[in-house]
Write a protein that binds this ligand. Structure first.
Ligand SMILES: *Cc1c(COP(=O)(O)O)cnc(C)c1O
Length: 520
């Protein structure tokens, strides 16, 4: 390329490069008959390592062709109607237009002098989300927030802020840190345990309460906090989940908020999955009580249908962000009038520079894709996409319930469907004894279903026609569909369930024939 860097002299190359990339995306969409190609991970590893990184191709067309062969032809298509595995969403088109602006202008949302208007746009959205949450009786200063790279990062910063809030009370920090606890339900996201590790808490700092079904039980929480208080154990935070990643369960936020307020404990609500309910025209009520939170995580790259990465951490008392601020003379000096409340041209509204609130320094303008999507679709428009996904999940659950070869494990609360295959099998030949380990042959009923779950998932992954996930519910394996496709039709659902039944039938027959071999 003549001039590889973007400037007014290279705008034609910029336009041509984006057009070429866009047409590759078009080809990817056209060619994608299945959510995944049938290439094995080994084949793909081979292709990737065969690329000689010391020998550049020299032009964009060749680089795109190579990327097509090693990536696009095999990328898992989250937009595909038969991709129902993990919490990945199809993405809103206005957000993709925004991504072009974000990447091309490359604003760092960091200080007023690096990106005044981007900082203002992000801040406007933070206020908008805080209003949707509707924090109860804000203490201290107004609510505030910051965009992050994801729910894991938002949770880390929330728990860091809660830790500082607790340790900032009277007493010696060092002796109290190892005894601090975080209380969660048993289905809290793994990032809570990871955050506890990073925050220097003890290895057993996270207390995961057994639930009431999939949800945290406020009575158990009340009892636990009372007994911790009695033993003089300090709790940095209670983490409630609005949409557990694995089951889509929503904790009873109002009751939990009351318990936390009685015990004067920080409540963090992890709404990484359920955050989209904030704009749902019909299901907002599922978040009843979220306003009692001290901090909230929302992932826009899940139920707001934005491309990765886009998340935010919101604090009820915005002053809590002071724990994240560190000053540097060249960037955000503590005595800068633009920081401390004076008025300068680079500080149009209250608040310090964005970098004071973030764990990152250089930070991408991810807020723009939320802004553009909101301005095009409106809050209701985004919320209706989630509502349609929730409806699809309910329709799928109904289909499964009526299917004699499938067993519904839970009714969906959000958009996750948990179920098991139950292929019809002949009664095993008599006698069908087990081996000493109890893992003997002739599985039927529940045991057969359990043994089929992972092989069914793996077989579907290998074929690539329908992608589902596998997990464990109440100690038993089960299959999982995470529905984030508002346009899912009954035909698509029928095809996915047919693929599951077919794989289960085939694998069950395989198990039965090995069984017979063992016994004859
Ligand atoms: C997805 C998820 C997270 C993690 O978010 P990332 O954006 O993947 O880092 C945290 N909590 C819950 C409840 C989630 O569903």
């Amino acid at each position: 390329m003549n001039d590889p860097l973007l400037s007014r002299h290279s705008r034609d190359s910029h336009a041509a490069a984006l057009a070429a990339a866009t047409s590759e995306v078009g080809r990817y969409l056209d060619d994608r008959a299945t959510p995944r190609s049938a290439a094995t991970p080994d084949e793909l590893a081979h292709r990737t390592s065969a690329v000689d990184l010391d020998r550049p191709l020299g032009d964009l067309t060749s680089a795109l062709e190579e990327v097509r062969a090693i990536y696009l032809d095999h990328a898992v298509g989250y937009h595909h109607p038969r991709y129902l595995a993990h919490l990945n969403c199809p993405v809103a088109i206005p957000a993709l237009a925004a991504e072009t602006l974000t990447a091309s202008v490359n604003t760092a949302v960091e200080t007023w002098d690096q990106g005044t208007s981007a900082c203002l746009i992000e801040q406007r959205l933070i206020e908008w989300v805080a209003d949707l949450i509707g924090f109860d009786s804000p203490t201290g200063t107004a609510p505030d927030g910051v965009f992050t790279t994801g729910g894991s990062a938002s949770n880390l910063q929330a728990l860091f802020t809660a830790r500082e809030n607790r340790l900032g009370r009277a007493g010696d920090r060092c002796s109290r840190l190892p005894r601090l606890r975080i209380v969660t339900g048993e289905h809290a996201h793994l990032s809570v345990v990871k955050a506890a590790r990073l925050l220097g808490l003890a290895p057993d700092a996270v207390i995961a309460l057994p639930g009431d079904g999939d949800r945290m039980d406020p009575v158990t929480l009340e009892r636990t906090l009372a007994s911790l208080a009695e033993s003089g154990t300090e709790v940095a935070a209670v983490v409630a989940v609005a949409g557990t990643t694995d089951h889509g369960a929503i904790d009873p936020l109002r009751a939990i908020g009351e318990v936390c307020s009685r015990h004067d404990v920080w409540l963090h609500v992890d709404a990484a999955y359920g955050g989209g309910l904030l704009v749902s025209p019909t299901h907002r009520v599922l978040l009843d009580g979220i306003g009692a939170a001290d901090s909230v995580t929302v992932d826009f790259h899940k139920t707001f249908f934005l491309p990765v990465a886009a998340s935010a951490l919101l604090l009820r008392d915005g002053a809590g962000f002071r724990h994240s601020a560190v000053h540097a003379d060249y960037l955000n000096p503590a005595d800068d009038p633009g920081h401390a409340g004076g008025a300068t041209a680079v500080k149009p509204t209250g608040g310090g520079p964005a970098v004071d609130k973030s764990l990152q320094t250089t930070r991408r303008f991810d807020a723009l894709k939320l802004w553009m999507t909101l301005r095009v679709l409106g809050a209701d428009g985004i919320g209706r996409l989630l509502d349609a996904s929730i409806d699809s999940a309910l329709r799928i659950a109904n289909c499964i319930e009526q299917d004699p070869e499938l067993e519904l494990v839970r009714r969906p609360q959000l958009s996750t469907v948990l179920f098991r295959p139950h292929p019809r099998v002949d009664v095993p030949p008599e006698p069908c004894s087990r081996d000493a380990a109890g893992s003997g042959p002739c599985p039927t009923g529940a045991e057969l279903a359990d043994r089929l779950v992972r092989p069914v998932r793996d077989a579907l992954f290998a074929e690539g026609h329908s992608l589902v996930a596998a997990t464990v519910v109440d100690g038993r394996p089960c299959l999982k569909l995470t529905v984030l496709d508002p346009n899912l039709t009954d035909v698509d659902v029928g095809l996915v369930l047919a693929d599951v039944r077919a794989a289960a039938g085939r694998l069950a027959a395989g198990l039965r024939s090995t069984t017979t071999e063992v016994f004859t």
